[in-house]
Design a protein around this ligand. Structure first.
Ligand code: DAH
Length: 343
């Protein structure tokens, strides 16, 4: 009997509990109703009465040892100090719900990818900007209405215009920073958040997002600009998309244009989104004004270039039919969930 007890003790000490399955195997093998320890207890019946006490004690010790090993293995597996003895190791794991990317991030990435394919890098600049980068270097005369309080959030209003610090009102400020720091050829896009002092409504917000594009090299022409924008429109909205350019004005480009794409919603047949014109405005663009090149240290006799700027919200609105700008920043789960991959 003693030998048997020692053998089983050795056996259970050697048993390695490395998984939930092993744990159960161990329990059945030693402590189950048909297990080895139980079997020894039945053997006790055949032990002479005078030895019963001694063997009884030895057996109880063995059972305790087996139980302690089981308990400590359970404890270390549950990782919660054994407080939860209801742990069911055979339960399937909980699914971890994956979130969804914000529609504006999706569109931002798509724009970056489209321009990456034709050699554009990504550059960024600060959201708190000085007057030089947001206005002066971009050829805004001091009395230009865009500097007015109603459009710009000022952080520090110095006595002189040049001392003013504001939240950038457009990503065109990054153009200036890139031109100051890099030598042509320059081919870059600058996505980022911009701010304007506007009342919040379905059609206007005090912050939104833009992507600025800039291409500077020798002999860059307006035809290059048109072809680049046509490529972009087709990649973004589909092969059949067309563009049209309307003359416009921006202080930093000359000539300037506003660009429309053929209405993707009604195939240019006329709907309330395109206001029955068949066209949707998506961006502003133009040839970089020589004054702007010179302000940033680029020789306008050797180099020319084009720039464009578009609103990410606007592109997302057309792609996903979002008709209220406020939805983008309200964090309503019902809205955001619709952009979960595979839904
Ligand atoms: N900065 C302009 C805006 O915020 C957009 C823009 C228009 C950017 C024409 C450009 C451009 O680079 O050439 O409305």
């Amino acid at each position: 009997m003693k030998e048997k007890i020692n053998k089983i003790r050795e056996e259970l000490e050697e048993f390695k509990i490395t998984s939930g399955e092993k744990l159960e195997e161990y329990r059945i093998k030693f402590l189950g109703s048909k297990g080895k320890v139980k079997a020894l207890f039945s053997d006790l019946k055949s032990i002479p009465a005078e030895n019963k006490k001694e063997f009884g004690q030895l057996l109880n010790g063995l059972r305790q040892l087996a139980q302690d090993k089981l308990d400590s293995a359970k404890e270390s597996m549950s990782g919660n100090n054994g407080k939860n003895d209801q742990l069911d190791l055979s339960r399937p794991g909980d699914q971890i719900p994956i979130g969804s990317r914000h529609p504006l991030s999706l569109v931002r990435s798509e724009i970056i990818e489209i321009f990456n394919r034709i050699g554009y890098t990504v550059s960024e600049g600060p959201e708190i900007e000085d007057d030089w980068h947001n206005f002066s270097a971009l050829n805004f005369p001091p009395e230009h209405p865009a500097r007015d309080m109603q459009d710009t959030f000022f952080i520090a209003k110095g006595d002189k215009v040049e001392e003013q610090i504001s939240l950038r009102t457009h990503t065109s400020s990054v153009q200036v920073r890139v031109m100051e720091n890099e030598k042509p050829p320059i081919r870059t896009i600058s996505p980022g958040r911009v701010y304007r002092n506007e009342a919040i409504s379905a059609r206007a917000h005090c912050f939104f997002h833009q992507v600025e594009g800039l291409y500077i090299d020798k002999d860059v022409s307006f035809a290059d600009l048109k072809q680049t924008l046509l490529y972009f429109a087709k990649e973004m909205f589909g092969e059949n998309t067309q563009i049209r350019l309307r003359p416009s004005y921006f202080p930093f480009t000359e000539p300037s244009a506003e660009v429309d794409v053929s209405c993707t919603i009604c195939n240019s047949e006329g709907c309330n989104v395109c206001k029955y014109t068949g066209w949707l405005e998506i961006l502003g663009c133009g040839m970089v004004d020589p004054n702007v090149l010179e302000s940033s240290g680029i020789d306008s006799k050797t180099y020319s270039g084009f720039a464009f700027g578009m609103g990410i919200e606007r592109i997302a609105q057309l792609k996903y039919r979002v008709n209220d700008l406020r939805l983008y920043s309200e964090n309503d789960i019902r809205f955001l969930k619709q952009f979960t991959p595979g839904m």
